[in-house]
Design a protein around this ligand. Structure first.
Ligand code: PAF
Length: 282
């Protein structure tokens, strides 16, 4: 496995592989890698096979944090992340500096202006502008054939798919299922910030989603009722604050009043000082 720290060095590597026609599969991350990320790299490997190249980027992107304090708190664990990537058979870890990704007077942004306005886009203004800009830059640098995103960040995956389609970026977007801890909590780099008590409280998120799934199976289709199941369950837990609970269609990310198969029930919840997101497709 090679650790590449600069854009010119990455270009040299990529053009070498491109010349020999080896397919490139890409997993963009902000580091603090967990088993969910590793599953994404394994999926990346399965897609391109042994001849292909698996690239993981590790870059804590300052422009997608709408609060400076959140960015400052974000852990950096490059050495441990590289060890995990090496063990997982990743070929290249690309970990550029913030200065190289955002040179002085940086002034070009990618804005998706529909799907990114709701859910996390509404509660975190500017978040998706930062995500779209950095992902597009990474796509230009890595030139992948395939890029893998997690379903936990369902809105992010939909927004990126839209950008790729609208701007004719030649990359196939794959969305991999959310990986959960044994007790059901969706894996997230943010889980590490939870105190032991908050970690227990956070289980209520997946419990609430399971209750919604069960209610949908019992033919409850009223969106307000389904959302209320989540709010009522979380209200029982001390220190939990709902940011949003929404039921949406996945084509346009518009709220629905009557649930149907394939709709997305998405939520963001503050557990103490940590904001967690999760979702299910009905
Ligand atoms: O999902 C993430 O970790 C980030 O939003 C991404 C896609 C790596 C862009 O910084």
């Amino acid at each position: 496995m090679k650790l590449v720290r600069t854009i010119p060095a990455l270009r040299r590597e990529i053009s070498r592989y491109r010349r020999t026609g080896r397919p490139i599969s890409f997993v963009p991350t902000m580091g603090v890698l967990h088993a969910g990320h590793i599953e994404l790299t394994q999926r990346a490997r399965r897609i391109v096979g042994r001849r292909g190249i698996v690239v993981v980027s590790i870059f804590v992107n300052p422009t997608q944090f709408n609060q400076k304090s959140d960015f400052k708190k974000y852990p950096h664990t490059l050495a441990a992340d590289c060890a995990k990537c090496r063990a997982a058979g990743v070929d290249i870890v690309f970990a550029p500096s913030a200065r190289s990704m955002y040179p002085e007077n940086f002034s070009t942004w990618v804005n998706e202006e529909s799907l990114s306005l709701t859910l996390c886009g509404a509660s975190r203004p500017g978040h998706f502008r930062g995500v779209c800009t950095i992902v597009l830059k990474l796509f230009n640098q890595v030139q992948p054939d395939v890029a893998i995103f997690g379903q936990k960040d369902a809105q992010q995956a939909l927004v990126i798919r839209r950008v790729v389609r609208d701007l004719d970026i030649p990359v196939k977007i794959i969305v991999a299922p959310t990986v959960r801890e044994r007790d059901g909590l969706a894996m997230s780099s943010r889980n590490a910030r939870l105190s032991p008590q908050e970690r227990i409280h956070a289980l209520a998120i997946n419990e609430a989603l399971s209750q919604v799934r069960a209610a949908f199976r019992r033919n409850i289709r009223n969106a307000s009722k389904l959302k209320k199941i989540v709010r009522s369950h979380l209200a029982k837990i001390h220190g939990m604050k709902v940011d949003y609970v929404e039921l949406m269609d996945t084509a346009m990310l518009r709220s629905v009043t009557k649930a149907s198969r394939g709709n997305l029930l998405a939520m963001a919840v503050w557990v103490g000082g940590t904001r967690l997101i999760d979702n299910i497709k009905l």
